[in-house]
Design a protein around this ligand. Structure first.
Ligand code: NDP
Length: 244
């Protein structure tokens, strides 16, 4: 099954930004979507929109830091559509701040959502993908998963970890499971809204002046999914042309 049409795709963090844009694009190409995030109203509205446009989607509220909830999301996909072809591990947070600010709760949040949430996703879909002898895990890393910059130490650490997880999935795939690591630069979403440190927020706002549209990443995700089964797109970096 190489086309998007008919594939069962789980997307975490589908209530805004890249996840929402990817859901709309994949739905338009005929994917069967299972959308997860914490904000139910947003998910409900998105599913309604997709259905009105003739697409197929369900949602389930999920906090990706809770393993049982991530497993319930995967179960919802199996119960509704009978299989899981793709997991887009997209939920993530970026509360930037220098280490000296000691925002230890935010460090915990980033590690819990950006790393543990991704691993819970992998754990929830892997047995089904093994049974099917096919599957595809797409992880949202970042340019911050390739280079470290001041004020982003913990965020970069989580996104380096995501890159390692993607490569590990590839190496352990036994030729059955595709692994794609997607590394966006600045994309206009709600990601910077949660930065509580004033100087870091100003730095991010400056960088995000040239931010590109979420559809740029949705197109990359779609490209990886629509390749023939023997083609595994492992790594994509997508920056605004003007980003240094
Ligand atoms: P948004 O803030 O718009 O979206 C983040 C999504 O993650 C939301 O849907 C949010 O939903 C969800 N989320 C956050 N915490 C949890 C949680 N505990 N459980 C479930 N869902 C959660 O940002 P983006 O769309 O930009 O971010 C998507 C991914 O892309 C992230 O992993 C981010 O790190 C990565 N990325 C983004 C870049 C950018 O410039 N925008 C650049 C590089 C990478 P809800 O609050 O409803 O739970």
């Amino acid at each position: 099954m190489s086309e998007v049409k008919g594939k069962v795709v789980i997307i975490t963090g589908a209530s805004s930004g890249l996840g929402e844009a990817s859901a709309k694009m994949l739905a338009a190409k005929g994917a069967k979507l299972v959308l997860g995030a914490r904000r139910e109203e947003r998910l409900k509205k998105l599913v309604d929109e997709i259905k009105q446009s003739g697409g197929e989607a369900i949602y389930k509220t999920v906090d990706v830091t809770k393993r049982d909830q991530v497993e319930a999301l995967a179960k919802a996909a199996r119960d509704e559509f009978g299989r899981i072809d793709v997991l887009v591990n997209n939920a993530g947070l970026m509360p930037l701040a220098p280490l000296d600010e000691l925002k230890v709760d935010e460090w915990d949040q980033m590690i819990d959502v950006n790393i543990k949430g991704v691993m819970y996703g992998v754990g929830a879909v892997l047995p089904t993908m093994r049974e099917q002898h096919s599957g595809h895990v797409i992880n949202l890393s970042s340019v911050a998963g390739h280079v470290v910059f001041p004020g982003a130490t913990v965020y970069c650490a989580t996104k380096f970890a995501v890159k390692a997880i993607s490569e590990g999935i590839r190496q352990e795939s036994n030729g059955e499971i595709r692994a794609t690591n997607i590394s966006p630069g600045a994309v206009a979403t709600e990601l910077t809204d949660h930065i509580s440190h004033k100087d870091s927020k100003e730095m991010a706002d400056d960088l995000y002046n040239d931010a590109i549209d979420s559809n740029a990443i949705a197109r990359a995700i779609t490209f990886a999914i629509e390749q023939p089964g023997e083609v595994d797109v492992n790594e994509m970096i997508i920056r605004p042309t003007k980003q240094e």
